[in-house]
Structure formats: C-alpha cells, structure tokens
Design a protein around this ligand. Sequence first.
Ligand code: ZN
Length: 316
Amino acid sequence: MLNNLLAKVIFTIALSIFAIASEAKEASILQSVKVTDNIFALVGPLDQRNAENAGDNATFGVILTPKGVILIDSGASKAGAQLIQDAIHKLTKQPVRWVINTGSQDHRWLGNASFAAKGAKIIALQSTVDAQKSNAAHEIQVLNSLLGETFAGTEAMSSPAPLSGDSAKLNLGGTELELLHLGNGHFPGDAVVWLPKQQIAFSGDLVFVDRLLGVLDNGSRVDQWAQTFKIFATRLKPKIIVPGHGRPCSLAQAQAETGDYLNWLVQEVKPAAENLEPIEVVVKRVHETAPLPIRKLHNFDTIDKVNINHAYLEFQ
Ligand SMILES: [Zn+2]
C-alpha cells in the first residue's frame, strides 16, 4: 500500500519534471515576444539550422485578428511549421487563416504546406514565388543534410495565386497591411509586410539584428541590398521592426546592425575589387577594421570573412 503510494508520488514528480523540461526546450527554440496587444514575434535561435530547431533559426510574425491569425513566414520544414503552430497555440486558440511569405529563404516558406493543409491561405508576391521556385531544390538538399530525419514530410509549396506587381494592399480580419517588394534584399524577390496604422514592419530577411547577416551567392548583390534597406528606412520609417533574424527592434538598431554593415561592405570592398587588390589581402584588412557595433554581433567571427569574400566576387 505504502509502496504503491510512493510509486504514484514518484511518477507524478517525474511527469512534472518532464513537462517543465519539454516546455523549457520549446521555449528555447521559439521565444514569443509581445510587440503590441495583438502582435507578437516568434524569435528563433541565432545559430545554424539543426535538427533541434528544425531549421527555424529565424524570426516569425504573428498578428491576432478577430477572424483568425495572420502568420508572417511559415518555418523551414514540416517540423519547423509545427514549432510555430505550438507557439501560436500558447497565444490563441484561433486557427491560422493567412500565411504571408516575405521571402524565398527556406525558413520563410517551406512550412507553407502544413498550414495550407489546415485551411490557411498562402499569400506572396509573384517575384517572391519566382525566387522560391528557383531556390527550392538547393534548399531542400541543404536541409536534408542539416536536419536529417527532422526534415521528413516537408513539401515545397508556394502560393498558388501569387500577387502581381511590387505591392499589394490587403485587409485581413480588419487589419490593414501592405506587402511591398522594395528591391533585392538578402534574396531576389524579398518583400516586407507593412502595417501603416501601427507603423510596424515585418522586414523578413531585409533586416538582421543581434547576429551578423550573411551575404550569399544567390542573384542579389550586397549593393542592391544596401539600397533596398535605405528605401525601407527612408520611405517607411518604421517605429518597430520585427526583423528576419533577432528580436523586435528600433529603426536605429536595424540601421546600425544591417544598414551600416551593408554600406560599409560596399564602401570598403567595391573599390578594392575594382582596383584588383588581391582578395586575401582585402578579406584580412576589411575584417580587421570592422566597426565595433558589428564586431560584437553573434556569428561575426564565422561569417564576416565569408561576406567580404562574396562581396568582392560580386564587385569584380
Ligand atoms: Zn533568413
């Protein structure tokens, strides 16, 4: 009898420890940050994609409306979409009605099929969808190797009815928003979601904070991204930015950690490449003289030299 009771007590304690542990694990992958009463950022880790984060090493946006949830970007895999869905469930019991894609990098859209299967409408500009389709095979190959089993069941699904042109005005559940392609960003076809009334921008991969951004060989150039950031900052002047990576931030922080870094890469690397200065000399010199606000960013040591190298090749 006593043994039985003791076993029950131990079992109950074990269960609660398990519950606390799994909640802590979940919380460490996507952290929910309140922006306003009905707007949240789901902030993923700043490190590389892996099986634990299911590729969701990025930030996602959530808008609660009386008619359901608007999700900005859907995660990098089926499992990544589930992490987002679980985080939303803690905020509301309402279903995700609309998924808006701001870009074509894996974590912006490879979770689309999971939300569409539950009835969500997938929304994106034509230029974003074009980039998704040309990137899909490469992204799937990379995620298969980084995520292994965790990537199973993922299906690359773009919006079946892309919106033409560079901008679209949408009204979803009484929330007015604009989907804007301001120019090439981290990828060609990148877009931002702008809430004109609240002056809040969901920037997608146009803005990275807290970690160093990555310059990729994907058809968008670093000087184009710098120019698009400038248009974003001067035309919209957002009060709050939900960035593509990192925590919600001010325009000043985005300027210091994305805009100024892109400008610095253009200013330092472009003349050196045009003057045919040896690439290894340029990489070393520019890396060693990086501005202080950039040096303190997560991933600086691993990514900055790669960025300088890519920028050099773009300017050659
Ligand atoms: Zn990204």
